[in-house]
Design a protein around this ligand. Structure first.
Ligand code: PMP
Length: 349
């Protein structure tokens, strides 16, 4: 029998994150983490433990200023949160309050429909074409907002700045969010469009290109009114989302640009090599602009490869979902890790 209070529970279908196995001696290519450690400046950033007795700066000013400075923006054009998941969730809550559906691709970051569900936001997914490209015309119809990652996840495929401009031209009455979680691995940022489009919000993360998934920092960049609205919602929910050590270490990461460039270049070089190896082994994939490759083998089902790899302690990501259930999303590890994975594939295929 249903108890009376049960009808007042908010029922949601939660997001399922990739596995974080307990075993230590594995090759972990399943959650798009960076294979290199964070900048030595992050690890050496001076912290005054004494300060932990105080609440942190609710505005995370040092971090916001460092990010704004890095991108040539004003500080009132930057919002920070606890990973881009937090920033994106806040953005759904703040900007998607229309009765009309929010549009996003059918194959994309699988948290979007979860936030829509959590906040009771109507949405419609728009099918990618057979080459996993977004179809611009699908986003011309009346809607309550638009969001897509660029490069897209889990496909790794990029759209051009001209494409984003076209989407913005056709969607001037709603907020358009470009999720640039992976843009540092060879993507083209929509930042130059910020000046022109006051309804554009760009979301970034420290989790991938800055090797700081464990710290939890994400940020949004946009017109000051959008940022103000985000801050108002955040302060209505929890003022102190960014803790003191995170603010200190995040600021140090932004300041070490040389290390950032070096490690992202290494990941890109490994990806280029890995794509050639995959092609030679009979895999097909769209050229990736991210720190992962989304690939399908011409003979062996993805699920079989996924399971065989796991037995060898190599973790990749498999999505048992329509249209992508014969693909593996393989994060780019170190050269050595990728060589081990390629050698495993050579024995299998
Ligand atoms: N956007 C996309 C497209 C992602 O793949 C991820 C990683 N799961 C995120 C946002 C969130 O990353 P984080 O919360 O670690 O910043």
């Amino acid at each position: 029998m249903m108890r009376a209070w049960e009808k007042n529970i908010r029922r949601v279908t939660p997001y399922t994150p990739g596995e974080q196995p307990e075993e230590k001696d594995i090759i972990k290519l399943n959650t798009n983490e960076n294979p290199y450690p964070p900048s030595p400046m992050v690890l050496g950033a001076k912290q005054e433990l004494e300060r932990l007795r105080f609440y942190p700066d609710p505005a995370a000013k040092d971090l916001v200023d460092a990010i704004a400075d890095y991108h040539g923006l004003n500080s009132n054009e930057v919002f920070v949160g606890v990973g881009s998941d937090d920033v994106l969730a806040m953005s759904f809550l703040t900007f998607f309050n229309s009765d009309k559906p929010v549009f996003f691709p059918d194959i994309t970051y699988s948290f979007y429909d979860v936030w829509a569900g959590l906040f009771r936001i109507p949405y419609e997914t728009k099918a990618l074409d057979d080459t996993f490209s977004l179809v611009a015309e699908d986003y011309y119809k009346d809607n309550g907002g638009v969001i897509f990652p660029n490069p897209n996840a889990p496909t790794g495929k990029l759209v051009s700045l001209a494409f984003i401009k076209d989407i913005l031209e056709h969607n001037q009455d709603v907020v358009v969010i470009v999720d640039e979680a992976y843009v540092d691995f060879g993507g083209e940022t929509a930042l130059p469009l910020l000046k022109e489009y006051e309804n554009l919000l760009i979301v970034r993360t420290f989790s991938k290109s800055r090797s700081l998934a464990g710290l939890r920092i994400g940020y949004a960049m946009g017109n000051r009114e959008l940022i103000q609205a985000l801050n108002d919602v955040k302060y209505s929910f929890n003022s102190y989302t960014m803790n003191y050590p995170t603010i200190v270490m995040g600021t140090a990461s932004i300041r070490d640009d040389a290390y950032f460039r070096e490690t992202t270049a290494k990941v890109i070089a490994t990806r280029e090599w890995f794509e050639k190896e995959l092609a030679a082994l009979g895999f097909t994939f769209q050229k990736s602009s991210a720190n992962f490759v989304f690939a399908s083998h011409n003979r062996i089902p993805a699920k079989e490869i996924f399971e065989a790899a796991k037995k060898e302690k190599i973790y990749v990501r498999y999505f048992d979902k329509p249209r992508i259930d014969n693909y593996l999303r393989i994060s780019i590890g170190t050269d050595e890790e990728m060589k081990t994975f390629v050698n495993f594939l050579k024995l299998l295929v």
